[in-house]
Design a protein around this ligand. Structure first.
Ligand code: AMP
Length: 280
């Protein structure tokens, strides 16, 4: 496995792979890797001849009061996990390499990115879409593997990929959960044991909604009321949103359309902001 920090070296390496007829899958991450990330790398290795994992804590997708400075960084452990999962290249550019002095070009998607995360994290997707467009241009992968855990991110990246003819096939990987149900996340390490117990309310609310849909419930008002009720039983949990939306447009719907709608949740557990979702 190779580690690359410069953009020009990454471009040359990816061009070499293409010249040899190798298909390339990119797995964009912010590092502090867990089994969920590893499952993306494995899926990428099944799809393509060469797997490139990018590790870049992207300052542009953090708001001024968010956790950019204290976001976990553990490159050595990340490299070992990438290697074990079958990555061929890890691209770890510096902030100065991606956003040199005077950098001034940003990509904004203006519909799918607006609701949900867009309301409470107004600069977030502008940062995501900008860095993803840059990574796609640097690597020019055949595939990009993304996690359903970040359902709105998937929808937004699919939209810019189509709108800007980026020519990358987006592959979606299912959400990996710990045995207790908590969706794996780099931010889970911020949780104390008691906070973690309360954080389980999110996955419980999602499971309850899935059960209700399996039993024939289609009305969004009833499903959202039940999810909100379950979340509200936990003192440390403050709901940011609980919404059933179309999985492609992120627009609110009135009725569940099985397979096409998701229940998306975001909540504070004390000072830790968590998101989760399930396809209903
Ligand atoms: P991040 O490092 O948080 O930016 O995540 C990098 C990629 O890993 C994104 O495509 C996420 O959706 C995906 N991911 C994060 N958590 C999980 C999980 N629990 N299961 C599967 N994929 C995940």
């Amino acid at each position: 496995m190779q580690t690359v920090t410069s953009i020009s070296e990454m471009q040359a390496l990816a061009a070499g792979l293409r010249a040899h007829g190798r298909s390339v899958a990119l797995v964009p991450t912010m590092g502090a890797l867990h089994e969920g990330h590893v499952s993306l790398v494995r899926l990428a290795a099944m799809k393509a001849d060469a797997v490139i994992v990018s590790i870049f804590v992207n300052p542009a997708q953090f708001g001024p009061s968010e956790d950019f400075a204290r976001y976990p960084r553990e490159l050595e452990a990340d490299l070992a996990q990438c290697n074990a999962a079958g990555a061929h290249v890890v691209f770890t550019p510096s902030v100065e390499e991606i956003y040199p002095k005077g950098y001034s070009t940003f990509i904004t998607e203006e519909a799918v990115a607006k609701p949900l995360e867009g309301v409470s994290r107004p600069v977030h997707f502008r940062g995501v879409t900008t860095v993803v467009a840059k990574l796609f241009n640097i690597v020019r992968p055949n595939y990009a593997v993304l996690g359903q855990k970040d359902a709105q991110q998937v929808a937004v990246i699919k939209k810019i990929t189509a709108d800007l003819h980026l020519g990358v096939e987006i592959v979606i990987a299912p959400t990996l959960r710990d045995p207790d149900g908590l969706a794996m996340s780099s931010r889970n390490r911020y949780l104390t044991a008691t906070q973690r117990a309360d954080a389980l309310a999110l996955s419980r609310a999602l499971r309850r909604a899935q059960e209700m849909v399996s039993a024939g419930e289609r009305r969004v008002d009833r499903l959202v009321a039940e999810a909100t009720h379950l979340l509200a039983q936990h003192r440390r949990v403050r709901v940011i949103y609980a919404a059933i939306v179309d999985r492609d447009t992120m627009e609110a719907v009135r009725e569940v359309r099985p397979g096409q709608t998701i229940l998306a949740l975001a909540a504070w557990v004390d000072e830790v902001r968590l998101i989760d979702n399930e396809i209903l």
